[in-house]
Design a protein around this ligand. Structure first.
Ligand SMILES: NC(=O)c1ccc[n+]([C@@H]2O[C@H](COP(=O)([O-])OP(=O)(O)OC[C@H]3O[C@@H](n4cnc5c(N)ncnc54)[C@H](O)[C@@H]3O)[C@@H](O)[C@H]2O)c1
Length: 250
């Protein structure tokens, strides 16, 4: 189907930002190969969906190779124009309660899986002069208590974005987006009984609000486009200015 359209492989499509990424790349004319741990609900315009636990790419070589071959069978000799590493695991706990398993699951899902997806699809990406968009986070640079595992994994994802861009040179482009708070349904549900908290969070951003999932998707589509051909190895902050704000009393 749609053999003339370029392929975009997007992970974590069942989440709030994942759904927006699917929509954004679909509207930009891509065929969407989507993955997640759980099946997507109300996410239209997915051309191919594969349910996969990305941790298995690190833990089990046979399953990993089966997954890579599955994706290659969809590509059927065509290249991959975009890989969006969007899936992530967030375990919020004090450092003292963090287990080895918690830490390894976080690093494997958020940093090692993107690393090996890029490594394994390098040929297909290079064929299309393609690019990778890693969805990092403001936590890669600015964080808060109980986020150590997540923040560490996102710093690793931002770091691998720079290091791979340098090592791979002109073969493919690799960029990352580092959003601050984004109004996914999960985030909004968390504030359902706390409108004051939501208002405070919004006001902390100099633009007076938090981000929208579609804004992440729009930047990702732009970074993947021909207009962004000189953008490489960058971690682009999408944060309404909160990263520029000094939280001293005014
Ligand atoms: N929502 C925000 O405020 C915000 C802010 C900054 C960065 N981000 C980043 O944006 C991306 C998307 O976040 P979101 O808010 O949509 O989160 P979400 O939790 O709604 O979506 C993440 C998706 O990843 C999937 N996933 C998790 N572990 C997986 C695994 N092992 N294998 C396969 N799939 C797995 C989940 O099932 C989920 O559908 C993440 O990388 C997140 O770190 C989000």
């Amino acid at each position: 189907m749609h053999t003339d359209k370029p392929f975009a492989l997007i992970t974590g499509v069942s989440g709030g930002i994942g759904g927006a990424l699917v929509q954004g790349f679909h509207e930009a004319g891509y065929q969407i190969i989507a993955t997640d741990l759980i099946p997507p609900v109300n996410v239209p315009n997915i051309d191919y969906f594969f349910q996969i636990n990305l941790e298995r790419l690190i833990e089990n070589e046979t399953e990993a190779n089966e997954f890579y071959e599955l994706i290659r069978s969809v590509l059927n000799g065509a290249g991959l124009k975009v890989l969006v590493n969007n899936a992530a695991l967030q375990i919020i706990k004090p450092l003292s309660e963090m287990t080895v398993r918690d830490m390894m699951r976080t690093l494997n899902t958020n940093a090692a899986a993107p690393f090996f997806l890029i490594q394994h699809f390098l040929f297909e990406l290079e064929m299309m002069q393609g690019s990778v968009i890693n969805i990092s986070s403001i936590h890669a640079k600015l964080t808060k208590p109980n986020f150590v595992a997540y923040a560490t994994s996102k710093a690793a994802l931002s770091g691998l974005t720079r290091a791979m861009a340098v090592e791979l040179g002109s073969r493919i482009r690799i960029n990352a987006i580092a959003p601050a708070a984004v109004a996914t349904s999960m985030l909004k549900a968390g504030f359902e009984n706390n409108p004051e908290g939501f208002s405070t969070l919004s006001k902390m951003h100099p633009v007076g609000r938090i981000g929208e999932p579609r804004e992440v998707a729009d930047l990702a589509v732009f970074l993947a486009s021909e207009k962004a051909k000189f953008m490489n190895g960058g971690v682009y902050e999408l944060d309404g200015g909160i990263g520029a704000r000094l939280h001293d009393p005014v």
